[in-house]
Design a protein around this ligand. Structure first.
Ligand SMILES: Cc1ncc(COP(=O)(O)O)c(C=O)c1O
Length: 353
């Protein structure tokens, strides 16, 4: 066992893997109770009449290459949302174990814990220091019942990335004691590289990546968990065998063809440039008090009348996210960077408020 596997629920460690129908494309499939004929509406390559290959090897290979890890360090699922849910179900027993979250942050960590019946400890980010991690409080919160610590970096909805030193201090303190999940959903929009190279040094580090943001594939529902091979092996036992549809697998493989990656990079660059323009444009709007710098594809904005800004956006036909219910964000909205035309329209609508 590595420094992480012993943290899993004993029931999951003892779980007999589900025996899905064998996968051998060379043989005629009369073993999975599928239909031999394709629907006339079926435009897929492999056929929707057939179950997909569990953890599609082509997709795993492609993601491993994209993220720069070995294929046995990759689990593919329905968005990183599924990764979060799997991690909580695999490592936290209901009524016994605990996760740590750092609000204001992505709400799905708490949601998954609540569904599982795991307790949640909150270690708020330090608003006065640009929503930085409170590493001392975080370490103090990690008693032996804590199995997972979720760090969202860049953080949704504040947009900041945690300094490497802070994440390293958390990892060093929790070695052998808890899994540290670094959610890098927005890392492609950030200044520095992913922490993926740290996986070799930290068997209790888990990284979440998604194709929903920089790659423009939110509708395909595809995300990856990157971790030590034995952690991935355990998660593969828990994930349903046919998590991703044939259509998702095929459309993601098409979108990730090496010839298409230049276009992805160009769009990320365009979003980053628009982010700078929007930061300046929003700061000039009279109702706006503060716009926080962002390493993601959105901006956090505070206003003395956020409700009025929200309504002004709706009058212009544009929705922005009301985050006022989150701690420390009582006056805030989160604004996704759109196309230049959409951004112009938003600036105009909010300016008229
Ligand atoms: C921080 C963060 N993690 C994960 C997700 C979920 O992404 P996916 O579409 O891969 O499920 C989101 C979606 O907004 C997010 O903001």
């Amino acid at each position: 066992m590595t420094g992480a596997l012993h943290l899993a629920r004993p029931e999951i460690l003892a779980l007999a893997p589900y025996a899905h129908a064998e996968w051998d494309p060379a043989l005629v499939r009369l073993h999975a109770n599928e239909n031999p004929w394709r629907s006339e509406a079926d435009r897929s390559r492999d056929g929707l009449n057939r179950y997909p290959e569990p953890q599609s090897s082509a997709l795993i290979q492609r993601l491993a290459c994209l993220y720069g890890v070995e294929p046995d360090r990759v689990l593919v699922g329905r968005g990183s949302d599924e990764g979060i849910d799997l991690l909580v179900r695999t490592f936290c027993a209901a009524g016994r174990d605990r996760v740590v979250v750092c609000p204001p942050t992505f709400a799905m960590y708490r949601f998954a814990a609540d569904v599982q019946g795991a307790a949640v400890s909150e270690v708020p980010l330090d608003a006065a220091r640009g929503f930085d991690l409170d590493v001392t409080a975080l370490k103090a919160a990690c008693d032996p019942t804590v199995k997972l610590v979720f760090l969202c970096s860049p953080n949704n909805p504040t947009g900041n990335r945690f300094p490497d030193d802070a994440v390293r201090e958390v990892l060093d303190a929790l070695a052998g004691r808890a899994i540290v999940v670094v959610d890098e959903a927005y890392v492609e929009f950030a200044e520095g590289p992913s922490l993926v190279d740290w996986l070799a040094a930290y068997p209790h580090l888990v990284i979440l990546r998604t194709l929903s943001k920089a790659y423009g594939l939110a509708g395909a529902r595809c995300g990856a968990v990157l971790a030590a091979a034995d952690v991935i092996g355990l998660l593969r036992r828990v994930i349903p065998p046919y998590a991703l549809s044939v259509q998702s697998i095929e459309s993601v493989l098409d979108a990730l063809h090496p010839d298409r990656l230049e276009a992805v990079r160009a769009r990320v660059a365009a979003i980053r440039a628009e982010r700078t323009r929007m930061l300046e444009g929003l700061a000039r709007i009279p109702l706006v008090e503060q716009v926080w710098p962002s390493q993601a594809n959105f901006l956090l904005v505070s206003s003395r009348d956020a409700g009025r800004l929200l309504q002004a956006g709706i009058r212009g036909g544009l929705l922005v996210r009301d985050v006022r219910r989150q701690p420390a964000l009582e006056r805030c909205l989160r604004i996704t960077i759109g196309s230049p035309e959409q951004n112009d329209r938003l600036l105009e609508s909010l300016g008229a408020a």
